[in-house]
Write a protein of this length. Structure first.
Length: 158
């Protein structure tokens, strides 16, 4: 009878330890899964030193339903650019770096396809759209920021 009593206590203690372990793992996982959403100025990012240097090509950018010259030809619709940047300091600067890198990727895709503009640009994180002429969406985790943009590569009348 003494042996059964000890086994019963052992099993209860083991079950309690397992429950504590599960709760600890759950808390650790949720603490690591930081995903802060922030919105930053398109204009500020494009006017930054990096923005001026990387976006100096002949490709023009138009966000959301921003007015643009007439479209001569649509080259490619729904072109997606996804860029990450290490935080390493100010989150806004990291988001701006990722944003400029995503625009540079769209610019490169437009140039390769002989387009001269990207229109209807929107933030497109995990296939969820955020449309604004003035702001872009940035997701920040513990070590990196992510900016995903989607737009249409076109040839505008000049």
């Amino acid at each position: 009878m003494g042996l059964i009593f000890k086994e019963e206590h052992f099993m209860k203690a083991l079950a309690a330890s397992f429950a504590v372990l599960l709760v600890s793992l759950s808390l650790a996982t949720s603490a690591q899964a930081r995903n802060e959403v922030s919105y930053f100025s398109v204009e500020d990012a494009m006017k930054s030193e990096e923005g001026k240097a990387r976006l100096a090509g002949h490709v023009k950018f138009y966000f959301a339903d921003q007015a643009h010259p007439a479209v001569e030809a649509t080259v490619s619709q729904g072109v997606v650019a996804n860029k990450k940047s290490g935080i390493g300091g100010d989150e806004a600067e990291a988001c701006n770096r990722a944003f400029v890198a995503a625009l540079a990727q769209l610019q490169e895709k437009a140039q390769r396809a002989d387009g001269n503009a990207v229109i209807n640009i929107e933030s497109y994180f995990k296939k969820s759209s955020y449309r604004s002429k003035d702001k872009y969406e940035c997701h920040a985790g513990h070590a990196k920021t992510v900016v995903t943009l989607k737009g249409d590569v076109v040839k505008l009348k000049e």
